[in-house]
Write a protein that binds this ligand. Structure first.
Ligand SMILES: Nc1ncnc2c1ncn2[C@@H]1O[C@H](COP(=O)(O)OP(=O)(O)OP(=O)(O)O)[C@@H](O)[C@H]1O
Length: 358
């Protein structure tokens, strides 16, 4: 019969590529039990969106299954998302707040935020989406919730988020007529956003995405200082004018010590639906070059695609409407990359205990 120590030694051959350590040392292996020839254990990852989740399961079954005396291996894959340092102090229950930002307007920031949030929720993570784009809130429409109004408790102190596609959402668009918010100045915007964060019954969330207002003005700066952000994602198109503004956005985050998790190159290419040829309508390669300069990477390239636009307009993000499409796969890749980057960031801040639970 194999011993627990032998199973752990076998499992210590599995290396997490992001942390550069084996999964036993990282404390991922839990609840190990050996019952005759049956070995059962849990692998607890740092995110349910882990891109190598299935690979870990396969390797674990293989290395333990090879041990003499073991004929059956049961691996239970779970995840516990660690809280980012800033988020941990600020809003109880919300582990990580991620700003989805763009230097330039109209580059597809909201479309990206919405599809990213839905893709992340599909992995089993607990996800919220805060529409902080006070001047042009798009989340209600893109999430198919524009006809609904949130419940507010009798004292007017707690606002309940509206949920669709597994994502809890809040938007100024649910509460204020659009043309009223349009004329708000920076401090009012920051005040309203503070309220949307603090007074909303978000519950327990692994990731709260914030669809930021476009640009790098005062309102954005105040917001990044007010909201305890774990990291920021910059959405850009590949054209020079958008990249110049993207650079300004990254500079702004640098100033307020918010790490940039990476960039999303939206509308990166257009695939002709008739002949299948790819055209780089907004140029190519620019985001990668900017990424090198800022020591950050392009997390995903999203094509310019008519269905992405049509489905956003219709209130069913493509990730929910066609989860098996190539377009949805690009957003799922983005979700995996974002989760990875956050895990790496939070792992640097906390000491992972090397304690086994049995
Ligand atoms: N990859 C894409 N393919 C096709 N259309 C897209 C894509 N991304 C965004 N769009 C469309 O481009 C328009 C602008 O997108 P979106 O509202 O997401 O941009 P934004 O950067 O959030 O804008 P704003 O500056 O107004 O906040 C929308 O009509 C949207 O449907």
């Amino acid at each position: 019969m194999a011993t627990e120590a032998e199973v752990l030694t076998a499992l210590s051959q599995i290396i997490d590529p992001d942390f550069g350590k084996d999964i036993v040392t990282l404390g991922f292996v839990k609840e190990l039990r050996i019952d005759g020839s049956h070995a059962a254990f849990t692998i607890e990852l740092t995110t349910p969106a882990c891109p190598v989740k299935e690979e870990f399961r396969r390797q674990a079954e293989e290395v333990v299954g090879r041990l003499p005396g073991i004929t059956r291996v049961s691996v239970n894959m779970t995840a516990r998302v660690a809280a980012g340092a800033s988020a941990r102090q600020a809003i109880p229950g919300i582990a990580n707040i991620i700003a989805v930002a763009s230097g330039k307007g109209g580059v597809g920031k909201s479309t990206t935020a919405v599809n990213l949030a839905v893709a992340m929720a599909q992995t089993g993570a607990r996800v919220g989406l805060l529409d902080a784009d006070i001047y042009g809130p798009s989340v209600p429409r893109m999430m198919g919730l524009s006809r609904f109004r949130p419940e507010i408790d009798v004292d007017g102190k707690i606002i309940y988020p509206l949920e669709n596609f597994g994502v809890k959402t809040m938007s100024i668009g649910y509460l204020v007529e659009e043309n009223k918010a349009m004329i708000w100045r920076g401090p009012m915007v920051a005040g309203a956003l503070g309220q949307l964060l603090g007074d909303v019954a978000w519950g327990e969330l692994d990731y709260l995405f914030v669809d930021m207002p476009p640009g790098t003005g005062d309102a954005q700066l105040t917001l990044t200082q007010k909201v305890p952000v774990t990291g920021a994602i910059m959405v850009t198109t590949p054209q020079d004018i958008a990249l110049i503004d993207c650079r300004k956005g990254m500079e702004m985050f640098r100033q307020v010590h918010v790490p940039t998790l990476g960039m999303v190159e939206n509308m990166s290419q257009f695939i002709c639906p008739h002949c299948g040829e790819a055209s780089h309508i907004f140029s190519e390669g620019g985001a990668a070059r900017l990424g090198e300069e800022y020591q950050t990477s392009v997390l995903a390239q999203i094509p310019l695609d008519i269905r992405i636009r049509e489905l956003s307009d219709a209130g069913t993000p493509i990730v929910a409407a066609h989860p098996d499409s190539a377009q949805a796969a690009a957003y799922c890749q983005l979700a995996g990359e974002v989760a990875r980057k956050i895990s790496i960031l939070n792992n640097r801040r906390i000491d992972i205990p090397v304690v086994m639970q049995s």
